[in-house]
Design a protein around this ligand. Structure first.
Ligand SMILES: [Zn+2]
Length: 152
């Protein structure tokens, strides 16, 4: 494919046109310009040059079980703009290490913040429940004379 493109590119031409016949029978013309680096495959003009804004991978999503609870086990700086992150999914026990760009990790961090807020709410409820449990046990122990003055 690349060889054919090179044959079609002539130094005295700034661009060349390729006709593409669609399955419907319609013919479109795709214009290739020669401002691409040598050897690079020409791109159709309709290809957007900027990536979509939401193409950042979601690290909190598990690729194995679709859980949204993937969290970082460790993360270390990997150069000035990248992070090496070890991830773990608590749902299916998937675990993996990858090097991710700063903005990917930042997005993950924001997602974790949202998750942490929910977690802290749960934890507070849980702590309250645990304390009530503790108090009940303590009261039961008092009632049963299991707590002696020497314990204090
Ligand atoms: Zn999983």
């Amino acid at each position: 494919m690349k060889g054919a493109e090179l044959l079609m590119n002539r130094p005295d031409h700034h661009h060349h046109v390729r006709r593409v016949v669609l399955p419907s029978g319609k013919t479109i013309e795709v214009v290739y310009f020669e401002n691409e680096p040598t050897g690079a495959a020409p791109r159709p003009l309709s290809t957007p040059s900027l990536p979509a804004p939401d193409d950042t991978p979601d690290l909190h999503l598990c690729g194995t079980c679709d859980s949204e609870l993937v969290y970082p086990v460790t993360w270390d700086e990997a150069g000035a703009t990248h992070w090496e992150v070890t991830l773990r999914c608590p749902n299916c026990e998937w675990s993996g290490t990858g090097v991710y760009e700063q903005h990917v990790v930042e997005k993950f961090d924001e997602e974790l913040d949202r998750g942490t807020e929910a977690l802290v709410r749960d934890l507070k409820r849980l702590m309250q429940a645990n304390m009530e449990d503790e108090i009940e046990r303590f009261v039961t122990a008092l009632d049963g004379d299991h707590v002696l003055p020497e314990d204090f």
